[in-house]
Write a protein that binds this ligand. Structure first.
Ligand code: URA
Length: 443
């Protein structure tokens, strides 16, 4: 078999066989297929696509390219949740404790911020002392004992994806549904959960900008999960505006605590309850969605979700004093208001630009090796749809230098459009995709 022939077959619109996909992926991980040939194949896939069977085979090859976590030693249903990435998306830190408090087991591996989007591991590391790297024994023991552990991805989980993702990042081949679906699902399959709920973000702050593409991505991922014997579903949720008010690591953890106390922003609370209920339904711990929603709401209202977060923080060495009182988080050196420039409705938010403004303040990385400033970020006071008066406080910027504040202020202001009419109201959950089909809530 020759890599040349595999590339030519896909270039001409052919369907790749299992042997051909295995040859390309295994050869690439082993260093026998060079970057330039894998790049050519990725571009051919980007342009020609892959059908469901090819995508499933590619995912399986990538999932088997490294360690596969076997969670069967932990009793009970193990569930996982994955977001495709957004701005202000702190849902994992609300949903995982809620679901664990209801009896599900969460042994979760999360990622760091990517580009303009934040990552759960960076948010967790803003808690002083918090360990996000546990060896397998400690990880399993914690899940058995308290039902919940969230750690960073171990080094050898789906190494084929790691190598291929790095190549896609620099060859303009990221935005391709079969490649994104196989990349995400290879890691989810290797991480071993029985049930997986995907939160596919859609809108101008998401990876997938249109609802149709987001639904297609959700469908591709659900098919892969189900094909591999995992109960899988997806919610397609709004990312046309940041989720909640806080963007930036410790600022978001403080908002998580408020949300688990029942005092969080309405949009964040609502999406988290939908995700928690979706997971409980998928896990079989609730008979149907209304029963699952009742369980999730009870866990929120009774405070057991917050107690579970506190328990996880303590188990992973974090300082629970900041959970008990988020004012104890280290404060940013500079905290500046941004004022509304003119009267009107906030008609549109360019959410990606808001994510970039947060990165400029220090909340994310401009380069891979940059350190994150955990106290940096943005707290919004007004959001899309609000009527605002010139001079009102629009947001607060938190950072370590005047220079960063100045750059971020310009980016932030350029992200907002003011006008005479409010934007059309859209639901926060726009679609649900399961093995039985697609339910849309946008019409
Ligand atoms: N996240 C991933 O893990 N992979 C992709 O391809 C895109 C987003």
């Amino acid at each position: 078999m020759r890599m040349y022939d595999i590339i030519a077959k896909k270039r001409d619109g052919g369907k790749l066989s299992q042997q051909e996909i295995q040859f390309a992926v295994n050869g690439y991980v082993a260093g026998q297929v060079p970057d330039y040939q894998m790049s050519a194949l990725l571009m051919a896939i980007y342009l020609r696509g892959m059908d469901a069977q090819e995508t499933a085979i590619l995912t399986d090859c990538m999932a088997r390219s490294g360690d596969q976590v076997d969670l069967s030693a932990i009793p009970g249903v193990k569930v996982d949740k994955h977001s495709t990435g957004g701005v202000g998306d702190k849902t994992t830190l609300v949903v995982a404790p809620l679901v664990a408090a209801c009896g599900a087991k969460i042994a979760k591996m999360s990622g760091r911020g990517l580009g303009h989007t934040g990552g759960t591991i960076d948010k967790m590391e803003s808690i002083p002392g918090m360990r996000t790297s546990l060896d397998q024994r400690a990880f399993f023991e914690q899940v058995e004992k308290i039902g919940l552990a969230v750690i960073g991805q171990t080094g050898n989980l789906a190494p084929a994806d790691k190598k291929m993702y790095a190549l896609r990042d620099v060859t303009a081949t990221v935005g391709c549904i079969p490649l994104i679906a196989s990349s995400i699902m290879s890691k989810k399959l290797a991480a071993g959960a029985d049930a997986i709920l995907l939160d596919v973000k859609t809108g101008n702050g998401a990876f997938m900008k249109t609802l149709e593409d987001s639904i297609q991505l959700a469908k591709a991922m659900v098919e892969i999960g189900e094909h591999n014997g995992r109960r899988t579903a997806a919610l397609v949720t709004d990312m046309d505006t940041p989720l909640g008010f806080a963007v930036g690591n410790s600022l978001e953890v403080a908002e998580v605590v408020r949300t688990l106390k029942g005092e969080g922003p309405q949009d964040l609370t609502s999406v988290c309850l939908d995700l928690a209920a979706g997971l409980l339904e998928l896990s079989g711990l609730a008979a149907d969605f209304p029963a699952a929603m009742a369980m999730a709401k009870k866990a929120l209202e009774s405070g057991v979700g917050l107690a579970k977060l506190r328990q996880m923080v303590a188990a992973q060495g974090g300082d629970v004093a900041v959970i008990d009182n988020p004012d104890r988080f280290e404060q940013a050196k500079i905290c500046q208001p941004v004022y509304v420039p003119k009267d009107g409705y906030i008609c549109r938010t360019d959410t990606e630009q808001i994510g970039i403004a947060a990165v400029q303040l220090g909340a994310g990385r401009e380069k891979k090796e940059d350190a994150v400033d955990f106290s940096a970020g943005i707290v919004l006071c007004k959001k899309a749809g609000d009527w605002v008066h010139k001079g009102d406080t629009l947001a607060w910027l938190y950072t370590s230098s005047e220079e960063k504040a100045l750059a971020a202020r310009q980016t932030f202001l350029s992200a907002l459009t003011f006008g005479d009419t409010p934007p059309a109201a859209m639901p926060l959950v726009l679609a649900k995709v399961t093995k039985d089909g697609i339910e849309r809530f946008d019409q």
